[in-house]
Design a protein around this ligand. Structure first.
Ligand code: HEM
Ligand SMILES: *[C@@H]1O[C@H](CO)[C@@H](O)[C@H](O)[C@H]1NC(C)=O
Length: 330
């Protein structure tokens, strides 16, 4: 005979289970979790395949590592990490590639295509483009001398992209104030500290003259000789030399290290949005910490990259798929 209290207990356990299920579904729809072991059975080779392609791409051109890392960031900040940035425009579809933060600027799509076709040949229809981007971003950091971490996977690809969102400032422009930078990251569930440490990605890669022209001609919190050096390859006139490149980290632009923060201390940040992190405001002390402590930078960077990779993934449902070709929906 089942006692009254055990019936009550059973009822409670059932209720709790339902509450867990209901709350899992109510926080932004289907919200299964990403995990590092998602492909252990279905595609154990995916990590090796991604690494080998990124390795040869970076050996051919070291900057490519920077470009891939940035692609992952621009993917995650628009609609979440869902591969939306990879979709090409067609006559009947508008993607994100022509958005202001992306046009004439984001690159690396051929490397992602190359990875995707090799992954499709070992496990067809299993691995998403969004996951490939997250893994390739980690591999890029590692290949350029940065920290390693286990990448959480299990994202699916979007059927949509959003040009208007990509243009709306959710990816902050380099002219941003400090509070705008903080707010834009907060809007994606990332803290001010995450923003400062993820900006350390600018230890690698290049920027176009148009992204830093005003800074090198008009700003006062800049080392004068550094400004002159940059002016030599970035004419003051709008439209002249707009695409001329300069390294974001003038010391070691193809090595992932903490130089970026050391350069901010001496007013040699290239972008307005870089130098604003060390300009007498609330983030100065973090910049000082990371400039002195590479381990703190690496550890916090890894934690923040994992949080960024967790932004609104698609983990199921009819609005998601595993694309066969990262440039178009199936
Ligand atoms: C904090 C706000 C950020 C702003 C305002 C910003 C802005 C920019 C700008 C303007 C460029 C140069 C684009 C060009 O001129 O073509 C750039 C390049 C780059 N950004 Fe950021 N960024 C930010 C955060 C991040 C984050 C979070 C990451 C990655 C974790 C990142 C990774 C990169 C990399 C690696 C490059 C160089 C890309 C290449 O050489 O192809 N940035 N960023
Ligand atoms: C410097 O600032 C002035 C005033 O805002 C602006 O008109 C000019 O275009 C800026 N110069 C550059 C090179 O950006």
């Amino acid at each position: 005979m089942v006692s009254f209290s055990s019936v009550i207990m059973l009822f409670n356990i059932t209720t709790i289970c339902w509450l867990v299920v209901i709350s899992a579904f109510s926080v932004g729809g289907v919200s299964a979790q990403l995990s590092t072991g998602y492909y252990t059975k279905s595609c154990p080779k995916v990590f090796d395949v991604v690494e080998s392609v990124v390795k040869s791409a970076v050996a051919k051109e070291r900057r490519m590592g920077a470009s891939i890392l940035r692609l992952h960031f621009h993917d995650c900040f628009v609609q979440g990490c869902d591969g939306s940035i990879l979709l090409d425009d067609t006559s009947s579809f508008t993607g994100e590639k022509t958005a202001v933060p992306n046009i004439n600027s984001v690159r690396g799509f051929n490397v992602i295509d190359d990875i995707k076709s090799k992954v499709e040949s070992v496990c067809p229809g299993v691995v998403s483009c969004a996951d490939i981007l997250a893994i390739a971003a980690r591999d890029s950091v590692v290949l350029l001398g940065g920290p390693n971490w286990d990448v959480k996977v299990g994202r699916r690809d979007s059927l949509t992209a959003s040009l208007s969102s990509a243009n709306s400032g959710v990816i902050p422009p380099p002219t941003s104030t400090l509070s705008n930078l903080v707010n834009r990251f907060q809007a994606r569930g990332l803290s001010a500290k995450d923003m400062v440490v993820l900006s350390g990605a600018h230890t690698i890669g290049q920027a176009r003259c148009t992204s830093f022209r005003n800074r090198i001609y008009n700003e006062t919190n800049i080392d004068p000789s550094f400004a002159r050096t940059r002016q030599a390859n970035c004419p003051s006139r709008n439209g002249v030399g707009d695409n001329n490149l300069a390294p974001l980290d003038l010391k070691t632009p193809t090595t992932f290290d903490n130089d970026y923060y050391q350069l901010l201390l001496v007013k040699k940040g290239l972008l307005h949005s870089d130098q604003i992190l060390y300009n007498g405001g609330s983030t100065d002390s973090l910049v000082e910490t990371y400039s002195k402590n590479p381990k703190a930078f690496n550890d916090d960077f890894v934690a923040a990259m994992i949080r960024m990779g967790d932004i609104s993934p698609l983990t199921g449902g009819s609005n998601s798929q595993i694309r066969k070709n990262c440039r178009r929906v199936n």
